[in-house]
Design a protein around this ligand. Structure first.
Ligand code: FAD
Length: 384
């Protein structure tokens, strides 16, 4: 019997699980539904800022990947999911499924702060890369004919958020700005500022890693303004308590929340994400497997969430295909074990930090190793 599997969202989670499901369950009819025509490998988006990767290695058309793998692809935007009726609604159409793999990712979380959506850029997708590059070029081009406060404003680039996304982006932005300054022959110094509401940068990381990150930021002369909550953003102004930062380019990196479609669906949620158990099934509807940035996993043994990153997402995607097969065959399913104390931080195109428990390594070689690991884990080299 053909089993109809709908994979909603073809990001890291959806694309990896679709390929694996088609391989492991030969009788399955697998369809990826995505509102974009392209798979975007987000961990490499920074490399597009510095032109260290070619666009075609980061943004890959679904049509080129799915056909050869025997997977169907539909370019549609899902509006909601009806898990009782087992269908996904896209506009006027209802697409039915036997099993749903829900992997529609996340979106920037503005925390309802006034002016963020209008006056700040985000860094979440390919369009954001283009906008940021344009903003840097426009600011520096204008700066050539400016003096005084306006010149300082145009040469100030502010990133809001004290987490991994901000710190990584700041290092890559530094490279981009320096390159453009040389092109525009601007001799003054540009400022890159990270604003965080916590007094510590990367507050959830151990001191040994934080120290290395701070030292890297210092080496790159990236400034930090920590312990400041953003009250409002106006055109070229970040309003903090008792302080205003004037900045020609403002980028919001204040966190990611699960995709809004989840809210429109009758699945049990927590913190905006689909609540899943350790087998990665929705706790309210077990024919829906969910993972990646749109899921909220509560471990069976202890109520503790874990960091959402490409590494954990890939682990989940590999497990989902195995668990779907086991579930169909009525076999015991495996539990997802998140990686908590292992990871990489990429602080520029030629510098990364690797940490595993108490071991912390850093440098050029680590950045190259990480790029190779990411590429091969995701099998990009085989996919394209
Ligand atoms: C700039 C950036 C850099 C990062 N760097 C790293 C890194 O170096 N290391 C690391 O471990 N992690 C990194 N991450 C985090 C990592 O990329 C994410 O955790 C991972 O991409 C999550 O995968 P996902 O499949 O859940 O979501 P996504 O990759 O976001 O995929 C979601 C998919 O769903 C589709 N979609 C969304 N809404 C709809 C809809 N309504 N209908 C149909 N389709 C829809 C989207 O088009 C997309 O294809 C980074 C994230 C970003 C944004």
């Amino acid at each position: 019997m053909k089993r109809k599997v709908i994979v909603l969202g073809g990001g890291i989670a959806g694309l990896t699980s679709a390929i694996n499901i088609k391989k492991t369950i030969k009788t399955s009819d697998v369809t990826i539904i995505d509102n974009s025509q392209f798979h975007v490998f987000k961990p490499f988006l920074h490399d597009l800022l510095t032109n260290k990767k070619r666009v075609e290695n980061v943004v890959i058309p679904f049509s080129g990947i799915t056909k050869s793998k025997g997977i169907n692809y539909e370019n549609k935007k899902a509006l909601s999911i009806a898990p009782e009726q087992k269908h996904v609604r896209t506009g006027t159409e209802k697409i039915s499924y036997d099993y749903l793999i829900l992997a529609i990712g996340g979106e920037p979380n503005y925390h309802n702060i006034k002016g963020v959506k209008t006056h700040a850029l985000t860094f979440h997708n390919i369009i954001d890369v283009t906008r940021l590059k344009e903003s840097v070029s426009t600011s520096l081009s204008k700066a050539r004919n400016m003096k005084g406060d306006k010149l300082n404003e145009l040469l100030t680039f502010t990133i809001i958020g004290g987490g991994v996304g901000s710190v990584e982006l700041a290092c890559y932005l530094k490279e981009l700005v320096q390159k453009k300054m040389r092109e525009y022959n601007i001799k003054k110094n540009a400022r890159i500022i990270i604003i965080g509401n916590n007094k510590k940068i990367l507050k959830n990381f151990p001191t040994s890693i934080r120290k290395k990150v701070i030292s890297r930021l210092n080496d790159l002369r990236i400034e930090t303004l920590l312990g400041y909550e953003v009250k409002q953003i106006r055109k070229n102004h970040v309003l903090l308590k008792n302080k205003i930062v004037r900045s020609g380019t403002i980028i919001w990196c204040g966190g990611v929340k699960p995709n809004n479609v989840v809210k429109e669906s009758r699945l049990k949620t927590k913190n905006g994400g689909v609540l899943v158990n350790s087998t990665l099934q929705s706790t309210s509807h077990n024919s829906v497997f969910t993972m990646g940035d749109c899921a909220f996993l509560v471990n069976d043994n202890f109520n503790k969430s874990f960091s959402k990153n490409a590494y954990n997402t890939l682990k989940q995607a590999n497990l989902v295909s195995k668990n779907l097969l086991n579930w169909i065959k009525d076999k015991k399913m495996r539990k997802f074990k998140p990686s908590r104390n292992k990871g990489f931080l990429r602080l520029g195109s030629d510098f990364a930090i690797f940490y595993y428990k108490n071991l912390v390594l850093q440098g050029f070689l680590i950045s190259k190793i990480y790029a190779i690991i990411l590429k091969h884990r995701f099998n990009l080299s085989k996919t394209i």
